[in-house]
Design a protein around this ligand. Structure first.
Ligand code: HEC
Length: 419
């Protein structure tokens, strides 16, 4: 027989679930970054520029990317239980260029020395990602480096020491002790110029990508951009990185008009051996142009009402249909870690349209994890780019619209707490 107190606890649980169903919608309202219009050229802007003072700051969240389970015990331990990071973003435009500045907390400054070949040392870093096509909010690129036929453009900077290394081959044995600098005079000057040049070329990069492992660096002049990154110790404890990137509004890869555009941000913590997909990642964030009134198609779709989602039912449907392949929050280790993407933070870095599409049409956007060659037992997809790829995930297109809504509402709650 159920005691009175158990009954009231049950009731409480039901009430709080109902409350969270309501919160769900308001909490999901997308943040919007306003690009502030400035007079004067911002082409050479860095983190220290005074122009930033005019722009309004927007706080966004970046979630630990848990998609792929790394085969690195130490890195996994260091990143276990990671929380979401707050990132403060500002944007500027001068009518020709667009610039972003981001600021995030990091306890330690991890600068990679050598020429980034040593694999025991990892750099702090950040990336800003653009969708090459963004007119259809239902068909945005996959957040982790794009997907086939939905490319992204990524600007990446890593904190790498500018080494005094004369030949550009990464040979550090020829480094010069600064104390002996006077002996080298002109040579030293020449070397410094070379090194500054090499360091910029090597560690501030622009890529076009259609999925992990398909990143193609843009090496010609078709993409003009400038990045900057500075570590700042705060007066009363704590420390921050600041990073900035500026690019033309229009280039061969991404054409930006006055319409709202989606932009995503990622940060890496070198101290936690972050690299590649092991990082903190935001979802697509909307950038609007200050003073321009337009129909924000992105916002309408991103904030598509989930108030009618029954989270409890969503949780049960997810358990019944998805947990044999996917790990996430509560049933953490039920499936093999290599079987399918880990969904523990999927609510943090996915939009509603992406989640609906993932469930009903999994072949459209394939998370390029393991293929049959890499892991015969755990292929995430079959085929290849040439012959076409099919997902190992079945299409759940037989679920009702309401059931899909319930699942998506529940998936939206899967995300780490904020740090
Ligand atoms: C047979 C195993 C299997 C089942 C069952 C399954 N999935 Fe998947 N799922 C996968 C694989 C493999 C991928 C990666 C390939 C791809 O993107 O389609 C994936 C990808 C996803 C993604 C994209 C993940 C990301 O990081 O972007 C989502 C979301 C997802 N599944 C949700 C679900 C939901 C919800 C269910 C249940 C209704 C489900 N899956 C059932 C195997 C499965």
């Amino acid at each position: 027989m159920m005691s009175n107190s158990t009954k009231s606890i049950k009731k409480l649980v039901a009430v709080s679930l109902a409350a969270s169903a309501i919160c769900a919608t308001s909490a999901f309202a997308s943040p919007v970054i306003k690009a502030y219009q400035v007079n004067g050229d911002i082409k050479n802007i860095g983190v220290e520029s005074s122009s930033w003072s005019k722009a309004k700051e927007t706080e966004i969240l970046a979630y630990p990317q848990t998609t792929i389970h790394l085969n690195d015990k130490k890195a996994n331990e260091l990143n276990d239980g990671n929380k979401a990071k707050k990132i403060k973003v500002k944007a500027l435009t001068d009518g020709q260029n667009i610039a972003f500045k981001i600021e995030w907390a990091d306890k330690t400054e991890s600068i990679q020395s050598g020429n980034a070949i040593k694999n025991t040392e990892f750099a702090d870093g950040f990336a800003v990602q653009f969708a090459t096509k963004y007119d259809d909010p239902l068909k945005l690129p996959y957040i982790g480096m794009g997907s086939q036929d939905r490319p992204v453009m990524v600007y990446l900077q890593k904190a790498v020491a500018k080494l005094f290394e004369p030949n550009g081959n990464g040979e550090v044995t020829m480094q010069v002790n600064r104390a002996n600098a006077p002996k080298f005079e002109k040579d030293l000057e020449r070397f410094d110029i070379d090194v500054a040049h090499l360091a910029r070329k090597s560690y501030q990069k622009a890529f076009v990508a259609e999925g992990f492992g398909s990143m193609t660096e843009i090496k010609d002049k078709s993409s003009d951009f400038l990045m900057d990154m500075k570590f700042k110790k705060k007066l009363f404890g704590g420390s921050n990185w600041e990073g900035s990137v500026v690019r033309p509004l229009n280039d061969t890869y991404v054409k930006i008009y006055n319409d709202p555009i989606p932009v995503a941000f990622a940060v890496w913590d070198g101290d936690k051996m972050n690299r590649d997909g092991l990082k903190h990642l935001s979802t697509w964030i909307i950038v609007e142009f200050d003073g321009v009134v337009s129909d924000d198609k992105l916002k309408k779709e991103f904030d598509k009402p989930l108030e009618n989602a029954n989270l409890k039912n969503g949780e049960e449907l997810t358990k019944a249909n998805c947990s044999s392949c996917h790990n996430y929050g509560a049933v953490h280790e039920a499936a093999s870690a290599y079987m399918a993407p880990n969904l523990s933070n999927i609510g943090g870095y996915s939009t509603t349209p992406y989640l609906i599409e993932s469930i009903t049409q999994p072949h459209n956007v394939i998370v390029p994890g393991y293929n049959a060659n890499a892991h015969t037992n755990f292929a995430w997809y079959y085929g290849d780019k040439e012959s076409g790829m099919t997902s190992a995930m079945p299409a759940f297109d037989y679920l009702s619209e309401q059931e899909i809504l319930d699942i998506v509402g529940y998936l939206k709650t899967l995300k780490a707490e904020v740090e």
